[in-house]
Design a protein around this ligand. Structure first.
Ligand code: FES
Length: 121
């Protein structure tokens, strides 16, 4: 079975730097816009099922070593779950806590003629 391209609306319906839920063929997607970059993730947290679209797009805190000063990094690349704060890379859907085991499905998304189009497998 091939993939399907679904129009989810005009680009100006999506605020820059934020996440918004859309429903496509019965499934919820969390759409993240970062300027001209777009990301689509399944809108279900693998932990306990919260809607990731109710979460926040931002960065994460990192320290180079235990006890070192912490810094905010990866601004705009991380989607945080609203319930318990698990963090996901918007580009890959991989969690920051266990990237090989805990991940959210991602979908292709792009702009065509001013419209946002997602690709469902
Ligand atoms: S439901 Fe997402 S971190 Fe718990």
């Amino acid at each position: 079975m091939g993939s399907r391209r679904i129009d989810i609306g005009p680009i100006n319906a999506f605020a820059d730097g934020e996440v918004r839920r859309v429903e496509v063929e019965g499934r919820g997607l969390a759409i993240v816009r970062q300027g001209n970059a777009w990301y689509a993730l399944r809108d279900v947290c693998p932990h306990q099922g919260a809607r990731l679209s109710d979460g926040r797009v931002g960065g994460t805190v990192l320290a180079r070593r235990p006890g070192a000063e912490i810094v905010l990094a990866r601004a705009g690349e991380i989607l945080s779950c609203p319930w318990h704060g698990w963090e996901y890379d918007v580009r890959t859907g991989r969690s920051l806590c266990e990237p090989e085991k805990v991940r959210v499905r991602t979908y292709g998304v792009r702009v065509e003629d001013g419209r946002v189009v997602v690709e469902l497998a």
